[in-house]
Design a protein around this ligand. Structure first.
Ligand SMILES: NC(=O)C1=CN([C@@H]2O[C@H](COP(=O)(O)OP(=O)(O)OC[C@H]3O[C@@H](n4cnc5c(N)ncnc54)[C@H](OP(=O)(O)O)[C@@H]3O)[C@@H](O)[C@H]2O)C=CC1
Ligand SMILES: CC(C)=CCC[C@@H](C)[C@H]1CC[C@H]2C3=C(CC[C@]12C)[C@@]1(C)CCC(=O)C[C@@H]1CC3
Length: 345
């Protein structure tokens, strides 16, 4: 009988390794002595010893060479959450994830770590210290969330000790840090256009913002603890900074550090949410003749005006997780990394 060649434990692949989180993950894995191959639709950097495989993750034949000899795969690719392209989300996050699982099984990969999102349980209503047993959102707030739910279910259900294929999902929330293309750049762009003067609601809502290195740390702990007898197989884990902060305090701190004024005037949440919904509907109706993207989408307004913070006790207990960078230090390092976004730059 032919014996299956066991790939090296330190050989892994990162799908989505050119993206914000993916690149931080790749850099840390390389520092820790892993041999890494990156699969992405684009190549955004180079690193000595790193192999890049370019392609669409929906294409199994393109994926297979990147997974060859890897015992561990991280899947952190997704279309940008701000897109409203339903077909793209379904194709990449659902169909593409089926393809990733299939390719892992064919290539003899033993562990798959998915980057999910804490938003899979968020319906636009307050979540305070949410645990992993909260039900998936019945009415997901957008196509991104809808397809992240299906993606997580697919990966967790694929966990199969008999097949020697173990899976786990990491659910980060509000990732920020150097090179993030979303949070700080969108915030600064909104401020530069004079639209960051208002606080939505009373400004006391608590939220998790998670420094990217903590998210990376959570992923690596999950991978290293994923063994046939471990309790983590087939489970989701919240990974946060474990320091919920007022949404508007966080935004103000970043804005002020970059030289912009903090928002000061309050607007009722329900009014802004209603307006955002109306604008979004208008943008949909007018799409064939006029294309515009409102800054304050219903999703962003809901995130800005409600509580959404999560417990990471399960990760502490099962993975030995503890944030490695505090919120204060994370904000400092992030702000310093964006000199071009400073006022007047
Ligand atoms: N940022 C956040 O606050 C949070 C993110 N997450 C999750 O973390 C993961 C990483 O997010 P983040 O780093 O912010 O996102 P990025 O957009 O920076 O990274 C995703 C990468 O995947 C690539 N990609 C997209 N579609 C495909 C495809 N079909 N085939 C191959 N590669 C593809 C992207 O390329 P391109 O840029 O060209 O599309 C990009 O390089 C995602 O799964 C996201 O859902 C979860 C919680 C919070
Ligand atoms: C009100 C306003 C214009 C704020 C600017 C900042 C926002 C762009 C971010 C604030 C919270 C962020 C966030 C995400 C994207 C960027 C923000 C809306 C996610 C939707 C990214 C993907 C996820 O899985 C969940 C994130 C929640 C927080």
């Amino acid at each position: 009988m032919a014996t299956r060649v066991r790939p090296s434990n330190k050989r892994c692949a990162v799908i989505g390794g050119s993206g914000f989180l993916g690149r931080h993950l790749v850099e840390t894995l390389v520092d820790r002595g892993y041999s890494v191959s990156v699969f992405d639709i684009r190549q955004s950097y180079e690193l000595p010893g790193l192999t890049f495989h370019l392609g669409d993750l929906c294409d199994e034949q393109a994926l297979l060479p990147a997974l060859k000899n890897a015992s561990l795969v991280f899947h952190c690719a997704s279309p940008a959450p701000a897109s409203d392209d339903r077909e793209l989300f379904e194709r990449v996050n659902i169909q593409g994830t089926r393809t990733v699982i299939q390719a892992c099984l064919e290539a003899g990969v033993q562990k798959l770590v998915l980057t999910s999102s804490a938003s899979v349980v968020f319906e636009g209503k307050d979540i305070k210290n949410g645990q992993e047993d909260l039900p998936y959102a019945r009415k997901p707030i957008d196509y991104y969330t809808e397809t992240k739910i299906e993606q997580e279910k697919l990966v967790l259900q694929a966990c199969d000790r008999e097949k020697d294929f173990l899976t786990v999902a990491i659910r980060p929330h509000g990732i920020f840090g150097p090179r993030d293309p979303q949070l700080v750049p969108i915030l600064v762009d909104t401020a530069r256009r004079g639209k960051m003067k208002f606080i939505i609601g009373d400004g006391t809502n608590l939220v998790d913002f998670t420094f990217v290195e903590n998210v990376v740390h959570g992923h690596i702990l999950a991978a290293e603890n994923l063994r046939p007898n471990s309790p983590i197989c087939g489970k989701p884990y919240h990974i946060t900074n474990d320091e919920p902060v007022r949404f508007w305090d966080f935004m103000s701190e970043v804005l002020v550090a970059l030289g912009y004024a903090a928002p000061r005037f309050h607007l009722p949440y329900i009014l802004v949410y209603g307006l955002a919904l109306l604008l979004w509907l208008l943008s949909m109706i007018l799409r064939p003749v006029l294309s515009f993207k409102p800054t304050f989408t219903p999703m962003r307004v809901a995130l800005a005006g409600t509580h959404h913070y999560y417990s990471c006790d399960r990760a502490k207990q099962d993975l030995g997780y503890k944030p490695v960078v505090s919120l204060k230090e994370g904000i400092q390092r992030t702000v310093q990394s964006y000199p071009h976004l400073r006022k007047g730059a």
